[in-house]
Design a protein around this ligand. Structure first.
Ligand SMILES: [Zn+2]
Length: 142
């Protein structure tokens, strides 16, 4: 493993987590909440294929850095904590949202194939574009 924190080429924060998966470098920034990797470059087949199944909002707010890497918003989903995702309708009004997980009751476990946690929609909270870290903190990850 060769994980380290580097400067994010999207937002300039030093909270960009660099790691490698199957010899491909991946960057996930805890400052701005965006992610990219070495092969996710502008015009690449991976980008084209990824965008075919991506919500419109993701494509609207993607960012291309000076290395032609394409950054998309991250989705965090930790079953026993919660989910952080991009929320909104367009590139001007989008923000982050967090939903906390709650323990399921015995009755719910039967319905949810034994899942010990579920999303609790009553905990939905939205955050401005520059407060990804606040959303992550809200679900209890930091
Ligand atoms: Zn960043």
């Amino acid at each position: 493993m060769n994980d380290k924190l580097v400067i994010c080429s999207r937002c300039g924060s030093d909270a960009c987590y660099e790691h490698e998966l199957e010899k491909i470098k991946i960057w996930s920034c805890m400052g701005c909440g965006f992610t990219t990797n070495e092969v996710m470059t502008e015009g690449s087949q991976l980008m084209t294929e990824s965008e075919e199944v991506m919500p419109e909002l993701y494509k609207d707010i993607k960012f291309v850095d000076d290395q032609k890497r394409v950054w998309y918003p991250t989705v965090i989903n930790v079953p026993d904590k919660g989910t952080v995702f991009v929320n909104g309708v367009n590139k001007d009004t989008w923000g982050w949202a967090g939903i906390k997980s709650v323990a399921t009751t015995d009755e719910e476990k039967t319905k949810l194939k034994g899942a010990p946690y579920k999303s609790d929609p009553t905990t939905l909270k939205t955050f401005p574009q520059d407060q990804f870290d606040e959303a992550v903190a809200y679900i209890g990850l930091i």
